[in-house]
Ligand binder design. Structure first.
Ligand SMILES: C[S@@+](CC[C@H](N)C(=O)[O-])C[C@H]1O[C@@H](n2cnc3c(N)ncnc32)[C@H](O)[C@@H]1O
Length: 219
Protein backbone atom coordinates (compact mmCIF):
# COMPACT_ATOMS: atom_id res chain seq x y z
CA UNK A 1 0.00 0.00 0.00
CA UNK A 2 1.28 3.50 -0.73
CA UNK A 3 1.91 4.84 2.74
CA UNK A 4 1.88 8.48 3.73
CA UNK A 5 3.76 9.65 6.81
CA UNK A 6 1.66 9.25 9.93
CA UNK A 7 0.86 12.22 12.14
CA UNK A 8 3.20 12.58 15.11
CA UNK A 9 1.77 11.19 18.35
CA UNK A 10 1.46 13.66 21.25
CA UNK A 11 4.25 12.67 23.61
CA UNK A 12 2.02 13.20 26.64
CA UNK A 13 -0.63 10.77 25.38
CA UNK A 14 -0.69 7.49 27.32
CA UNK A 15 -1.70 4.75 24.90
CA UNK A 16 0.05 1.85 26.67
CA UNK A 17 -3.23 0.04 27.44
CA UNK A 18 -4.45 0.45 23.85
CA UNK A 19 -1.38 -1.12 22.21
CA UNK A 20 -0.61 -4.80 22.74
CA UNK A 21 2.12 -7.06 21.44
CA UNK A 22 2.01 -10.86 21.36
CA UNK A 23 4.19 -11.19 24.49
CA UNK A 24 1.54 -9.30 26.48
CA UNK A 25 -1.43 -11.38 25.34
CA UNK A 26 -3.22 -13.68 27.74
CA UNK A 27 -3.16 -17.38 26.75
CA UNK A 28 -6.75 -17.07 25.55
CA UNK A 29 -8.00 -13.79 24.11
CA UNK A 30 -11.59 -13.20 25.16
CA UNK A 31 -13.62 -10.16 26.20
CA UNK A 32 -13.04 -11.22 29.79
CA UNK A 33 -9.24 -11.47 29.53
CA UNK A 34 -8.80 -8.37 27.32
CA UNK A 35 -11.51 -6.05 28.64
CA UNK A 36 -12.70 -7.56 31.94
CA UNK A 37 -16.32 -8.03 30.82
CA UNK A 38 -18.40 -10.40 28.69
CA UNK A 39 -19.42 -8.05 25.86
CA UNK A 40 -19.48 -9.47 22.32
CA UNK A 41 -15.97 -9.34 20.85
CA UNK A 42 -15.22 -8.19 17.28
CA UNK A 43 -11.83 -8.48 15.56
CA UNK A 44 -10.52 -6.44 12.65
CA UNK A 45 -7.56 -7.89 10.76
CA UNK A 46 -5.36 -5.35 8.95
CA UNK A 47 -6.65 -2.13 10.57
CA UNK A 48 -4.35 0.24 8.68
CA UNK A 49 -4.81 3.72 10.14
CA UNK A 50 -7.68 2.49 12.29
CA UNK A 51 -10.73 4.39 11.04
CA UNK A 52 -12.99 1.33 11.42
CA UNK A 53 -11.71 0.70 14.93
CA UNK A 54 -12.49 4.26 15.99
CA UNK A 55 -15.87 4.57 14.40
CA UNK A 56 -17.16 1.07 15.20
CA UNK A 57 -16.05 1.21 18.85
CA UNK A 58 -17.79 4.59 19.18
CA UNK A 59 -20.97 3.41 17.44
CA UNK A 60 -21.20 0.12 19.40
CA UNK A 61 -20.04 0.86 22.95
CA UNK A 62 -21.77 -2.36 24.08
CA UNK A 63 -19.25 -4.42 22.03
CA UNK A 64 -15.49 -4.84 22.43
CA UNK A 65 -13.02 -4.53 19.53
CA UNK A 66 -9.51 -5.82 18.95
CA UNK A 67 -7.77 -4.50 15.84
CA UNK A 68 -4.74 -6.36 14.52
CA UNK A 69 -2.16 -4.65 12.33
CA UNK A 70 1.13 -6.18 11.26
CA UNK A 71 2.85 -2.81 10.72
CA UNK A 72 3.96 -1.61 14.16
CA UNK A 73 3.82 2.08 13.27
CA UNK A 74 0.25 1.76 11.96
CA UNK A 75 -0.83 -0.29 15.00
CA UNK A 76 0.69 2.37 17.28
CA UNK A 77 -1.01 5.18 15.33
CA UNK A 78 -4.40 3.43 15.63
CA UNK A 79 -3.85 2.72 19.33
CA UNK A 80 -3.00 6.38 19.95
CA UNK A 81 -6.19 7.52 18.19
CA UNK A 82 -8.24 5.11 20.33
CA UNK A 83 -6.54 6.50 23.46
CA UNK A 84 -7.24 10.07 22.29
CA UNK A 85 -10.93 9.19 21.94
CA UNK A 86 -10.80 7.56 25.40
CA UNK A 87 -12.17 4.28 24.14
CA UNK A 88 -12.39 1.62 26.84
CA UNK A 89 -13.81 -1.01 24.48
CA UNK A 90 -11.11 -1.09 21.81
CA UNK A 91 -7.43 -2.08 21.70
CA UNK A 92 -4.84 -2.77 19.02
CA UNK A 93 -2.49 -5.71 18.66
CA UNK A 94 0.72 -5.08 16.69
CA UNK A 95 1.24 -8.40 14.89
CA UNK A 96 -0.19 -10.98 12.55
CA UNK A 97 -3.93 -11.59 12.57
CA UNK A 98 -3.55 -15.11 11.24
CA UNK A 99 -1.36 -16.04 14.22
CA UNK A 100 -3.80 -14.41 16.63
CA UNK A 101 -6.76 -16.49 15.43
CA UNK A 102 -4.74 -19.70 15.19
CA UNK A 103 -3.07 -19.57 18.59
CA UNK A 104 -5.00 -17.35 20.99
CA UNK A 105 -8.73 -17.51 20.32
CA UNK A 106 -11.11 -20.11 21.78
CA UNK A 107 -13.75 -21.88 19.70
CA UNK A 108 -17.16 -20.24 19.18
CA UNK A 109 -16.17 -17.02 20.92
CA UNK A 110 -16.19 -14.12 18.42
CA UNK A 111 -19.09 -11.97 17.34
CA UNK A 112 -17.44 -10.87 14.08
CA UNK A 113 -14.25 -10.92 12.04
CA UNK A 114 -13.75 -7.87 9.79
CA UNK A 115 -11.30 -7.79 6.88
CA UNK A 116 -11.36 -4.60 4.79
CA UNK A 117 -9.26 -4.02 1.69
CA UNK A 118 -6.62 -6.65 2.47
CA UNK A 119 -3.34 -6.40 0.53
CA UNK A 120 -4.12 -7.90 -2.89
CA UNK A 121 -0.89 -9.80 -3.62
CA UNK A 122 -1.65 -9.55 -7.33
CA UNK A 123 0.62 -12.27 -8.73
CA UNK A 124 -0.85 -15.75 -8.74
CA UNK A 125 2.24 -17.24 -7.11
CA UNK A 126 1.78 -14.78 -4.22
CA UNK A 127 -1.89 -15.57 -3.59
CA UNK A 128 -0.92 -17.86 -0.72
CA UNK A 129 0.24 -14.73 1.16
CA UNK A 130 -3.26 -13.30 1.11
CA UNK A 131 -4.85 -12.87 4.54
CA UNK A 132 -8.06 -14.47 3.30
CA UNK A 133 -6.62 -17.89 2.51
CA UNK A 134 -8.18 -21.25 3.33
CA UNK A 135 -6.38 -21.70 6.67
CA UNK A 136 -7.47 -18.26 7.89
CA UNK A 137 -11.08 -18.79 6.81
CA UNK A 138 -11.24 -22.12 8.65
CA UNK A 139 -9.87 -20.40 11.77
CA UNK A 140 -12.55 -17.72 11.38
CA UNK A 141 -15.20 -20.46 11.23
CA UNK A 142 -13.76 -22.17 14.35
CA UNK A 143 -13.55 -18.99 16.42
CA UNK A 144 -16.85 -17.32 15.47
CA UNK A 145 -19.89 -18.02 17.62
CA UNK A 146 -22.79 -19.63 15.73
CA UNK A 147 -24.45 -16.76 13.86
CA UNK A 148 -21.22 -14.70 14.06
CA UNK A 149 -20.21 -12.86 10.89
CA UNK A 150 -17.28 -12.41 8.54
CA UNK A 151 -17.23 -9.00 6.83
CA UNK A 152 -15.10 -8.71 3.71
CA UNK A 153 -14.78 -5.63 1.48
CA UNK A 154 -12.27 -5.00 -1.25
CA UNK A 155 -11.68 -2.95 -4.38
CA UNK A 156 -10.05 -5.91 -6.17
CA UNK A 157 -12.68 -7.86 -8.08
CA UNK A 158 -10.41 -10.88 -8.65
CA UNK A 159 -9.67 -11.17 -4.88
CA UNK A 160 -13.39 -10.83 -4.17
CA UNK A 161 -14.42 -13.52 -6.65
CA UNK A 162 -11.64 -15.91 -5.60
CA UNK A 163 -12.50 -15.48 -1.90
CA UNK A 164 -16.20 -16.05 -2.46
CA UNK A 165 -15.35 -19.22 -4.37
CA UNK A 166 -13.00 -20.39 -1.61
CA UNK A 167 -15.62 -19.74 1.06
CA UNK A 168 -18.28 -21.64 -0.91
CA UNK A 169 -15.97 -24.62 -1.58
CA UNK A 170 -14.07 -24.97 1.68
CA UNK A 171 -16.18 -23.55 4.51
CA UNK A 172 -19.69 -23.99 5.92
CA UNK A 173 -20.22 -20.20 6.03
CA UNK A 174 -23.63 -19.01 4.84
CA UNK A 175 -23.79 -16.13 2.38
CA UNK A 176 -22.76 -13.98 0.70
CA UNK A 177 -25.29 -11.55 2.13
CA UNK A 178 -25.54 -8.26 0.27
CA UNK A 179 -24.16 -5.14 1.87
CA UNK A 180 -25.66 -2.08 0.20
CA UNK A 181 -23.45 1.04 0.08
CA UNK A 182 -24.53 3.99 2.21
CA UNK A 183 -24.00 7.63 1.24
CA UNK A 184 -21.13 9.33 3.07
CA UNK A 185 -22.49 12.16 5.20
CA UNK A 186 -19.11 13.67 6.08
CA UNK A 187 -15.48 13.40 5.05
CA UNK A 188 -14.71 10.42 7.28
CA UNK A 189 -18.06 8.66 6.91
CA UNK A 190 -16.53 5.56 5.31
CA UNK A 191 -15.87 2.09 6.71
CA UNK A 192 -12.11 2.52 6.30
CA UNK A 193 -9.54 4.85 4.76
CA UNK A 194 -9.27 2.54 1.76
CA UNK A 195 -13.01 2.66 1.21
CA UNK A 196 -12.81 6.45 1.29
CA UNK A 197 -9.96 6.50 -1.19
CA UNK A 198 -11.69 4.04 -3.54
CA UNK A 199 -15.06 5.80 -3.50
CA UNK A 200 -13.57 9.26 -3.93
CA UNK A 201 -11.81 7.89 -7.03
CA UNK A 202 -15.21 6.64 -8.29
CA UNK A 203 -14.04 3.04 -8.32
CA UNK A 204 -16.24 0.11 -7.28
CA UNK A 205 -16.17 -1.49 -3.83
CA UNK A 206 -17.11 -5.17 -3.52
CA UNK A 207 -18.77 -5.95 -0.19
CA UNK A 208 -19.94 -9.24 1.30
CA UNK A 209 -20.94 -10.68 4.65
CA UNK A 210 -21.08 -14.32 5.73
CA UNK A 211 -22.51 -16.06 8.81
CA UNK A 212 -21.44 -19.14 10.73
CA UNK A 213 -24.40 -21.52 10.66
CA UNK A 214 -26.40 -22.07 13.85
CA UNK A 215 -26.35 -25.70 15.02
CA UNK A 216 -29.34 -27.66 13.73
CA UNK A 217 -31.80 -29.00 16.34
CA UNK A 218 -31.64 -32.66 17.45
CA UNK A 219 -33.55 -35.41 15.68
C1 LIG B 1 -4.42 -2.32 2.07
S1 LIG B 1 -4.29 -2.00 3.76
C2 LIG B 1 -5.98 -1.71 4.26
C3 LIG B 1 -6.08 -1.04 5.59
C4 LIG B 1 -7.51 -0.82 6.12
N1 LIG B 1 -8.19 -2.07 6.32
C5 LIG B 1 -8.31 0.04 5.18
O1 LIG B 1 -9.23 -0.48 4.53
O2 LIG B 1 -8.03 1.25 5.10
C6 LIG B 1 -4.03 -3.66 4.40
C7 LIG B 1 -3.47 -3.65 5.82
O3 LIG B 1 -3.36 -4.98 6.30
C8 LIG B 1 -2.15 -5.10 7.05
N2 LIG B 1 -1.81 -6.54 7.11
C9 LIG B 1 -1.34 -7.31 6.12
N3 LIG B 1 -1.19 -8.59 6.51
C10 LIG B 1 -1.60 -8.62 7.82
C11 LIG B 1 -1.69 -9.65 8.80
N4 LIG B 1 -1.34 -10.91 8.51
N5 LIG B 1 -2.13 -9.34 10.03
C12 LIG B 1 -2.48 -8.06 10.34
N6 LIG B 1 -2.41 -7.04 9.45
C13 LIG B 1 -1.99 -7.32 8.21
C14 LIG B 1 -1.18 -4.24 6.27
O4 LIG B 1 -0.06 -3.84 7.04
C15 LIG B 1 -2.07 -3.05 5.89
O5 LIG B 1 -2.07 -2.04 6.88
Amino acid sequence: MGRRALKRIDKNLDYAWHLLEFEQLPEQCTSQTLFGNDAPLEFEIGSGKGLFMRSASGARPEHNFLGVEISFSYARHSAARLAQCERTNARMLAGCGQRLLREYVPDDSLEAVHVYFPDPWWKKRHHKRRVLNEAFLLQAVRTLRPGGRVHFWTDVQEYYDATLELIAEKTPLEGPFDVPPTPAEHDLDYRTHFERRTRLADKPVYRAEFAKPEPTGRG
